[in-house]
Ligand binder design. Structure first.
Ligand code: GDP
Ligand code: GDP
Length: 453
């Protein structure tokens, strides 16, 4: 079963990806001169400053180039439409910048000095560990320069006195920006796995979880982390499969001998969700001979809420005849639409039939879970998507995706900067297209909107 887009599929060949281009976020209070400075950085190829009040700019990101190096400048100002106050707006902005950028350009008005709003930003920036370049703006002459150096005490390193208006000092500041930006942004660096992969085998009673575990473990079972020695303590097992060691979470909760000790339904479900939380990927075992149940759906929801990768194993395949198979396929289509992306395998744990298909499915799901799409590639994709399938007009307005960034992996999380709030159906459309374009097999995707009104 493949994802069926309800909008026409773009089958034209994709544009040449821009390649990895690092991202610089510009942060600062209103009126410190961010827009003027962004104009200066991009060489005025596009007008950023709006003279007409109430006219919203329709973009937030700009291509920039300094000393032969390309980067993307993102103006994070003006994104918080609510009225929770200036301080809140600025710290939201700073948090966003830290999430999406490879380096931050923090702009302060040197003629005004440090305000409370600035102090809040400093705290966030310092805690983030992201490279920060401090621009002391509106240093139009030698005299103001002295005030700029007072900003050393922010603890953000050397302040660069600039005049966005006249261009004074902007070369030195841009040199510092280049030095702060990574040569290759993190997207190209593979995830470093820490220790064995953690797997939770979950499912209703009697679907064959312990049979599967026993088959997988064979003779080489190693029990680790047997905490206080009572039967209900979590016990993880290290099992070697396909040349790698895997950590199976809370196998005491799976194995028969302790089942009676933790058999109460409430404890069983608590145990399941704890195991899912501790795992990177969950294997939901279902009984192929029986219909999917409410309980299966609840477990799937728990996995999605926890943001874990998911593989679904249809066990007892020896009991699945032609007729049952017919109904099962329909159940899958009806009940598993929300997790069409999860790899599915059919197995017979009792005999070991197709149990060897579990590892490739786990590998796939974990790879999807940790996929990272570069900002340049993502925005090429979003640009095409928006051009070809614009958002429907809603009460005279047309919401639009302006810029996107993948803030994190495991699971993949995207932040979309928009004008107006996107419909849920359009959001699902974007998710489907993301999956078609970049894979994301076996993993939930989180989309966060940052609408600007
Ligand atoms: P933003 O709200 O941070 O984006 O600030 P703007 O770029 O819109 O600038 C706010 C005001 O400061 C405008 O009137 C600019 O002309 C002025 N301004 C910006 N940079 C400089 C500068 O380097 N020197 C002086 N004197 N004024 C500046
Ligand atoms: P758990 O409660 O999910 O751990 O399930 P068990 O592994 O204890 O299995 C429950 C019952 O299903 C046992 O009687 C198993 O022998 C049986 N069972 C497990 N796997 C299979 C299978 O692949 N085919 C068949 N026919 N029975 C199975």
């Amino acid at each position: 079963m493949t994802a069926g887009p309800d909008l026409p599929v773009d089958d034209s060949s994709p544009d040449e990806p821009l390649g990895p281009v690092p991202v610089l976020a510009v942060v600062g209070r209103p009126n410190v001169g961010k827009s003027t400075l962004v104009n200066r950085i991009i060489g005025r190829r596009e007008a950023v400053v709006e003279d007409v009040p109430g006219v919203t700019r329709d973009r937030v990101s700009y291509d920039a180039n300094w000393a032969g190096r390309a980067f993307t400048v993102v103006d994070t100002g003006g994104w918080d439409p609510d009225a929770r106050g200036l301080a809140h707006m600025i710290s939201t902005q700073a948090e966003l910048a830290v999430q999406l950028a490879d380096a931050v350009l923090f702009v302060v008005d040197a003629t005004v000095g440090i305000t409370d709003g600035d102090a809040a930003v400093v705290k966030i920036l310092r805690a983030s560990g992201k490279p920060v370049v401090l621009a002391a703006n509106k240093v139009d002459d030698q005299r103001t320069e002295t005030e700029a150096y007072g900003l050393w005490n922010l603890g953000l390193g050397e302040p660069f006195p600039v005049s966005a208006l006249h261009g004074r000092g902007s070369g030195d500041m841009l040199d510092a920006v280049l030095a702060a930006l990574p040569e290759t942004p993190p997207e190209t660096v593979g995830e470093v796995a820490g220790g064995p992969r953690r797997i939770a085998i979950v499912g209703r009673p009697n679907v064959g979880k312990s049979s599967l575990l026993n088959k997988l473990a064979g003779e080489e079972r190693v029990v680790v982390d047997n905490a206080a020695g009572t039967t209900v303590d979590p016990v993880d097992e290290l099992i070697e499969l396909g040349g790698k060691t895997w950590r199976f979470i809370d196998t005491a909760g799976i194995r028969k001998r302790v089942k009676t000790a933790s058999g109460h339904e409430y404890y069983a479900s608590l145990r399941t969700s704890t195991a899912i939380d501790r795992a990177e990927v969950a294997v939901l075992v279902v009984d192929g001979g029986e219909s999917l149940s409410e309980q299966d759906m609840r477990i799937i929801q728990t996995v999605r809420d926890a943001g874990r990768a998911l593989v679904i194993a249809f066990n007892k395949w020896d009991l699945v005849d032609e007729e049952r198979r017919y109904y099962l396929e329909r159940e899958v289509e009806r009940d598993l639409v929300q997790v069409q992306w999860a790899p599915r395998i059919n197995i017979t744990a009792r005999t070991g039939w197709h149990v060897d298909r579990l590892v490739p499915a786990l590998d796939k799901a974990l790879a999807g879970w940790e996929t990272r799409v570069g900002t340049g590639t993502l925005n090429n994709f979003l640009g095409r998507l928006v051009a070809e399938h614009p958002h429907p007009v809603r009460s005279g307005k047309q919401p639009k995706v302006l810029f996107g960034t993948q803030a994190s992996t495991a699971p993949p999380m995207f932040i979309l900067f928009t004008s107006g709030k996107l419909d849920a159906s359009y959001e699902r459309f974007i998710e489907r297209r993301l999956r078609e374009e970049f894979g994301f097999v076996g993993t939930p995707i989180v989309l966060q909107q940052r609408p600007r009104e």
